[in-house]
Design a protein around this ligand. Structure first.
Ligand code: GDP
Length: 296
């Protein structure tokens, strides 16, 4: 699981504090230095780490902490609280339109996990909210993309709408008409990705957005790609104005820093997490649970 190494390092730093009983400012500073290194090694963005450590340090060296009965415990509590806050405090929900269908536009770089996780999300909404989703193949550039969406749709028994290599804007519009006719109250647009951000891709996504006014533009980012994930999130947010983020591959053993950085850098909440290749491996993202997992 992501964060294993981060958890170990944080716990090692806290263990030293616990062993001391009474704490002095220097002990806390030393622990903060270790926390800082652990976060940087986990690939959390430099600026995020800096602000985070400043906030924690300011709180942790206060007299009320150092003179308390269990100062180490209080420092750990502060780190926990600030981790939760860093990830957005509470779970942010998917936007639902007052007038169906709710259109969710899935965007992201190629390989981030849009197709699989879009389908997982559609199945989750069906299971937890009784929605009747429709998956839509708007990635017309990779011949395998339509087939892949049809395969996952069939596995989950969710209908898939496709128009081959027609213009993605036309596909999106036709899909919404199809959803209205067939009683699908949620439409998931699986858009094209590229290996790198490029103008043509962003133009196309902007055109789809303008044509169908999605309730939610959900950016899918691969948590294993660390800083690149954060850079991608910034680029997509600047160009499109995203509403939320889905982090994928949190089951990987990568350093996972993206999970701690994207919210702070983009100001947009992480709403879901992909935790494996299987189609039920998706979680609603809860900052408090994630912080507990990180702190072990
Ligand atoms: P797209 O190009 O963005 O549509 O990405 P895909 O949905 O095709 O996913 C790319 C690869 O990542 C596939 O092999 C998926 O099975 C895999 N994948 C997607 N989500 C996860 C996840 O949460 N964990 C793991 N381990 N693999 C994932």
């Amino acid at each position: 699981m992501a964060f294993e190494s981060l958890s170990e390092k944080l716990n090692a730093a806290f263990k030293k504090l616990r062993g001391k009983g009474r704490l002095h400012e220097a002990d806390v500073k030393e622990a903060m230095r270790e926390v800082r290194l652990a976060l940087l090694e986990a690939d959390v963005s430099y600026k995020v780490v800096k602000d985070f450590i400043n906030t924690i340090s300011a709180r942790a060296v206060g007299a009320d902490v150092l003179e308390s009965l269990s100062p180490a415990q209080m420092v750990i509590k502060i780190v926990n609280e600030e981790l939760v806050r860093l990830m957005g405090s509470t779970n942010a929900k998917l936007q639902i339109s007052s007038k169906p269908p709710t259109v969710v536009m899935l965007v992201g770089l190629q390989g981030a996990g849009k197709t699989t996780n879009g389908a997982k999300l559609a199945a989750l909404m069906r299971k937890t909210q009784g929605k009747r989703p429709l998956l839509v193949a708007c990635d017309i550039y990779r011949p395998a993309a339509i087939k892949q969406l049809e395969t996952v749709g069939a596995q989950l028994d969710i209908p898939v709408f496709q128009m081959g290599t027609a213009n993605p804007v036309d596909i999106a519009k036709a899909a919404i008409a199809h959803a209205n006719k067939h009683g699908n109250d949620m439409v998931f647009l699986d858009t094209a990705g590229r290996l790198h951000i490029d103008e043509a891709l962003m133009e196309e996504l902007k055109n789809i957005k303008a044509a169908v006014d999605p309730a939610e533009i959900l950016l899918v980012v691969d948590a294993m790609t660390g800083q690149d994930a954060v850079n991608a999130a910034t680029a997509f947010n600047d160009a499109l104005g995203i509403d939320g983020i889905m982090l994928t591959k949190l089951d990987g053993d990568a350093r996972g820093g993206a999970a701690l950085s994207v919210r702070a850098i983009t100001g947009k909440p992480v709403k879901f997490a992909g935790t494996g290749e299987k189609l039920d491996q998706i979680e609603v993202f809860h900052p408090d649970r994630m912080a507990s997992r990180i702190l072990g």
